[in-house]
Design a binder for this molecule. Structure first.
Ligand SMILES: Cc1cc2nc3c(=O)[nH]c(=O)nc-3n(C[C@H](O)[C@H](O)[C@H](O)COP(=O)(O)O)c2cc1C
Ligand code: SF4
Ligand code: SF4
Length: 245
């Protein structure tokens, strides 16, 4: 049973690759939040995975909300896996502590470097560079699959930093929806509202309107928009859109 949160496909890709190799089922955190599904019974000995992107050296609010509401019956190997663009910071430490509060003991922690979807800063316009990053990520995932199959214990998050959680506070400010804007390129398809994990968007008069002051700031609306009509600040237009194939 592999729980995953993914706005732009990186963490979903990792979850699918692990599930394909191990025969586990994958469960979308976004779907669970939308349906209010928080009660799960694992089979005896079934492996449990939690896969999430790193946000501001910590966890997306969606993942925190999901784990806080989760009721999980299990007696198997538990792993966490974070996908990140540069440094995973304190995200692995944070998810382990959250799971511990729920009485879930983490046996192994993994991380995979992937294209950095925080395009207000990082440039994802070079498609060859993205392919190379994802090629290296797939090699890393192969190694992780071997460890998970053998139920190896340990912390294998190689890009964690001891003081990582100190930076997490900045996420609160980043989450302000007033930083997102929509241009006249919008064709009113509604995809942004549909895929938003926290229902922060409504389509009014054929355009998205942010109806919450804060969201998860996953940038899923920006990266999935078929007209690239949603932006965050000056740089996102030139830094391009990205979703994992
Ligand atoms: C709001 C936000 C904050 C992020 N913060 C970090 C970070 O602190 N460190 C990092 O290495 N990557 C960071 N990233 C990059 C993502 O963790 C990375 O691209 C991840 O693989 C995206 O996963 P997804 O495609 O499954 O949503 C951030 C991305 C977003 C949208
Ligand atoms: S996804 Fe893009 S085009 Fe579609 S409604 Fe949202 S902003 Fe407009
Ligand atoms: S409004 Fe956009 S950035 Fe914010 S949570 Fe929804 S999809 Fe993500």
């Amino acid at each position: 049973m592999i729980f995953y949160f993914s706005a732009t496909g990186n963490s979903c890709h990792v979850a699918k690759r692990i599930a394909d190799a191990t025969g586990d089922r994958i469960i979308s955190v976004t779907e669970c939040l939308k349906k209010g599904a928080f009660d799960f019974n694992a089979k005896d000995g079934e492996t449990i995975g939690f896969i999430t992107p790193v946000y501001n050296f910590g966890l997306p609010v969606t993942v925190i909300d999901f784990i806080n509401r989760l009721n999980l019956n299990h007696r198997g190997y538990v792993f966490t896996l974070v996908t990140f663009g540069g440094f995973s910071g304190g995200a692995s430490k944070m998810i382990k502590a959250l799971l511990k509060e729920k009485g879930i003991k983490t046996d192994a922690q993994y991380s995979v470097r992937m294209p950095d979807t925080w395009t207000p800063v990082y440039d994802l316009s070079d498609k060859e560079k993205i392919c190379e990053t994802n090629r290296k990520a797939d090699i890393k995932i192969d190694g992780i699959i071997k460890k998970i199959s053998k139920k190896v214990n340990g912390n294998f998050d190689s890009r964690r930093i001891p003081f990582g959680d100190k930076f997490y506070g900045g996420y609160e400010e980043m989450r302000k929806t007033s930083t997102l804007s929509v241009s006249s390129n919008c064709i009113g398809c509604g995809l942004c509202a549909e895929q938003c994990p926290v229902n922060a968007i409504e389509i009014r008069n054929g355009k998205p309107v942010w109806v919450k002051d804060k969201c998860a700031m996953c940038l899923g609306c920006l990266h999935h928009c078929p007209s690239f009509a949603i932006q965050r600040g000056e740089k996102t237009r030139i830094h391009g859109q990205y979703t994992h194939e």
